[in-house]
Ligand binder design. Structure first.
Ligand code: DLL
Length: 435
């Protein structure tokens, strides 16, 4: 049994959680219907009224909301309260199209920070910890969310933001950071930099890391745990639903508990929109249950996932989601074959390579090409061309077995793949440039 931030709700019986959800959904739908004309119109078009929603079972009657709706309603179209009641805006890091802007009242911020506090406590955090937050601060939700959660737990909070890795390491060592919060790709970079600075994993005081905001594999988890000498916990969320903390991992490390008192999760068939039973793989859809400023009903995340209600040894009762298996729009279709970057990461780490890689997809003579640049670790580096070629062939074979298609692998010298301080850009799809 672990420690909880809000034990009563985190370990509540299924019946109790349902009771809370049922009570909240009725109010949330009415709140949206009365205050968000954009969504009222969608409900009217579907012939659903707030009176039709009496429990979470009725959520399936509601229309979906998509990223396209958010773009269309930008910036104020989905606002659920007067702007004068809002105290904060956060936004996505998207570089194409209009950004998503999310609004918060003080009540919304409080609930969001509670969710992040639950994640920190689940990772072993207490008021004796020093929590180094190196997610980006600013519009991105990562810094603000974990910062607020860290305060609520009473940790000594180091608001580092991302970047300036030398300074991160200096503060980590001088101030004895015990919890590290950043993207997994940045955690890997920090681990690498610590080793380069001559530190071994036992030299730092870190015990846990809370890593999310991008897909990462179990192999990547093990690699980070080893390089930093910590236990690495996953955390999930998206700007639209507040930010990090929609779900988080406990010590079992077998999926993330969704904060079901604030978010109702469904898995749907992305093609038909049909709700799928527990254990099925499909698109994750969230309904907020108690947001004021930016309530979202049946928001399609485009993240592909599986939910499970299997009993968890940590004592938490909230439903668990698996690691998202890449967004439906992250999936590459190469010569008709579906390829997820995570499959490539798994092969590389299993074969003893570093998580420093880049995937380049292109179209040459009407045929898709897949190239993977992979860095040698400094101790693997060889300047004998024949050595390199045979290693490349071996990796290509392992990739073919995993992916079903053969890529071209290029082993490149250490430090030639750009390091990430936030969300890593793993894929360059040049086909999009030609289209
Ligand atoms: O990435 C919020 C966040 C900050 C989560 C810090 C965790 C930690 P967005 O920038 O809006 O928000 O991106 C949301 O990132 O739909 C997923 O596709 C992906 N994502 C987030 N967490 C995970 C995770 C933040 N743990 C999008 N594993 C989501 C895999 C994740 N993908």
């Amino acid at each position: 049994m672990g420690n909880y931030y809000q034990p009563e709700i985190e370990t509540a019986s299924r019946e109790k959680i349902l009771e809370i959800q049922n009570e909240k959904i009725v109010k949330q739908v009415r709140h949206v219907y009365e205050n968000v004309p954009y969504y009222k119109k969608l409900m009217d078009e579907k012939g659903v009224t707030p009176d039709d929603i009496k429990s979470v079972d009725d959520i399936k009657k509601l229309p979906f909301l998509t990223k396209a709706d958010l773009r269309e309603a930008y910036p104020y179209g989905l606002l659920g309260t007067d702007l004068k009641n809002c105290v904060r805006i956060q936004s996505t890091s998207g570089t194409t199209g209009k950004r998503v802007v999310a609004f918060y009242t003080q009540h919304d911020i409080d609930l969001w920070e509670d969710c992040c506090a639950r994640a920190i406590v689940a990772a072993g955090g207490t008021n004796e910890d020093v929590c180094q937050v190196c997610y980006g601060y600013g519009l991105f939700t990562g810094g603000a969310g974990l910062h607020g959660g860290s305060h609520k737990v009473g940790c000594l909070t180091l608001p580092m933001s991302s970047g300036n890795t030398d300074r991160q390491i200096q503060f980590m060592m001088d101030l004895g950071s015990t919890i590290l919060c950043c993207t997994p790709s940045y955690a890997a970079y920090i681990g690498e930099s610590l080793a380069e600075a001559g530190y071994s994993p036992s030299d730092n005081k870190l015990k846990a890391g809370i890593f999310g905001a991008e897909p990462w594999t179990e192999e990547m988890r093990r690699s980070i745990e080893k390089s930093l000498g910590i236990k690495a916990y996953d955390i999930y969320g998206l700007t639209e639903t507040s930010g990090p903390g929609v779900s988080f991992e406990c010590e079992e490390q077998t999926g993330m508990h969704i904060n079901e008192d604030h978010f109702y999760a469904e898995i749907i068939d992305p093609e038909t929109g049909e709700v799928l039973p527990e254990g099925s793989k499909g698109e994750l859809v969230f309904t907020s249950l108690d947001k004021e400023a930016f309530p979202l009903l049946r928001y399609r995340t485009r993240d592909i996932c599986v939910l499970t209600r299997k009993k968890c040894s940590c004592g938490r009762t909230h439903v668990k989601m698996c690691k998202p298996m890449g967004r439906s729009d992250d999936m590459l279709i190469i010569r008709g074959v579906n390829v997820f970057p995570s499959q490539i990461e798994t092969v590389l780490l299993n074969e003893g390579y570093t998580p420093n890689y880049q995937i380049i997809v292109d179209r040459v003579n009407n045929s898709d090409t897949l190239d993977i640049n992979v860095e040698f670790a400094p101790d693997q580096f060889s300047d004998k061309v024949s050595d390199t070629q045979s290693k490349e062939k071996a990796l290509e074979g392992a990739m073919r077995t995993m992916l079903g298609i053969g890529p071209k692998v290029h082993l490149v010298p250490p430090k030639s793949v750009i390091r990430s301080e936030g969300k890593a850009v793993r894929v360059i799809d040049k086909r999009k440039l030609h289209d």
